[in-house]
Design a protein around this ligand. Structure first.
Ligand SMILES: [Mg+2]
Length: 374
């Protein structure tokens, strides 16, 4: 079996409401979709949704690097040789860069493999370890009373944990207090500073609220600061933006810069590399969670299959997007949420395909390249 067609599709999906973090406020999400087709007509799809201010790449740069560099790497190859193709993609780009571009292709390769063998992707990743994937509900930066009200709604709609954005200012104390007063006794609450440098006096006060953890309270390249905060605080400290690739994950582990690390399939460079990072962090005695908050269905499914097949991540994941933030979707069968748990489509591979009318509706740019050497 050989890959004969590579299609790269850039779409833009509006968010249900603008989401504000310390990086920026955004009202839509750009996704890059990859569809691979083999000489015997099997198709596999992958997706990444880089976020401005958060991701090292944009959808435009991911789209370009796939067309310029990675199409020629994957074209003509046997899609079963995922490790080999991954190695070639790593060799075609500077080390640790364009993780999202590699991930989009690697997810699509797993989808083809699952469809060829008639098994879900989690069967290719070690088999099913857990039955379900509970996820967090998200509360963006807002006035404290609005954040408390939103947390209450998320609790009522049966999310299993709540994640609140903070911004590194004195107002964070009122924000966290309002949310904890509203729901703190009933549900686990996590806070995320998204690299806003949180001053020491604010961190000291936040330490007393019983938060599950505080995420990235220092810029991504300040592992020294993150380590110092982790040593000082009772509340566990999580690295997110700091964990851009496997080398970063190794540096976090070897410098004990965080108590918990957030992994994302799009940023780790694919499903297999995310599994490697899970093993690395487990060996270092560091907890993990998985989940990009702004996936479309395909990205969310890639992450869900990693969680389903892995013992390492904490029970409640941070996978989000299709069921809580997007107004629409480009996958034909979608990921749903029920009582705070992901409901994933059944079927081989990722269990879904792309909807042509939806792609046309949200299209920014598309390119389909075929290998005519067949
Ligand atoms: Mg984060």
């Amino acid at each position: 079996m050989k890959i004969r067609t590579v299609e790269v599709i850039h779409v833009r999906i509006p968010l249900r409401k603008p989401l504000r973090t310390s990086h920026l406020s955004q009202k839509d999400v750009d996704a890059v979709l990859v569809r691979l087709e083999t000489d015997d007509g099997l198709q596999g799809v992958g997706e990444v949704t880089p976020i401005l201010g958060y991701s090292a790449e944009t959808a435009g740069s991911v789209d370009s690097v796939i067309k310029e560099q990675l199409v020629k790497v994957v074209m003509g190859e046997d899609p079963f040789r995922i490790g080999y193709i991954q190695h070639k993609m790593n060799g075609a780009l500077a080390p640790g860069t364009y993780q999202e571009a590699k991930a989009a292709i690697e997810i699509a390769l797993h989808d083809i493999l699952g469809k060829a063998l008639n098994v879900p992707v989690y069967q290719l990743l070690g088999g099913r370890y857990r039955e379900s994937v509970p996820v967090v509900g998200w509360v963006g930066l807002d006035r404290p009373e609005a954040m408390a009200q939103q947390a209450r709604q998320l609790l009522e709609t049966k999310f299993r944990a709540i994640k609140v954005k903070i911004g590194g200012s004195q107002e964070d104390i009122v924000r966290v207090k309002s949310v904890m007063d509203a729901v703190g006794g009933e549900i686990e609450v996590r806070a995320d500073a998204n690299e806003a440098p949180v001053p020491d006096d604010i961190l000291r006060k936040l330490d007393g609220f019983g938060l599950k953890w505080i995420e990235q309270p220092a810029p991504r390249d300040r592992l020294d600061k993150l380590a110092e905060i982790s040593r000082r605080m009772d509340t566990p400290i999580m690295a997110d933006e700091s964990a851009e690739n496997t080398n970063d994950v190794y540096r976090i582990a070897s410098t004990r810069a965080a108590d918990v690390v957030k992994l994302k399939v799009m940023r780790q460079g694919g499903l297999l590399e995310t599994k490697k990072c899970l093993a690395l962090l487990d060996a270092a005695g560091i907890q993990t969670t998985i989940g990009h908050g702004f996936n479309l269905t395909l990205g969310a499914l890639g992450e869900a299959h990693v969680v389903l097949s892995s013992p390492e991540p904490v029970e409640i994941s941070e996978i989000g997007g299709p069921f809580d933030k997007m107004t629409d979707e480009v996958a034909a069968e979608q990921v749903q949420i029920e009582d705070g748990m992901l409901v994933i489509p059944k079927g081989p591979g990722l269990g879904t395909s792309l909807s042509e009318p939806k792609i046309e509706k949200y299209l920014i740019e598309r390119l389909k390249l075929s290998d005519n050497a067949a």
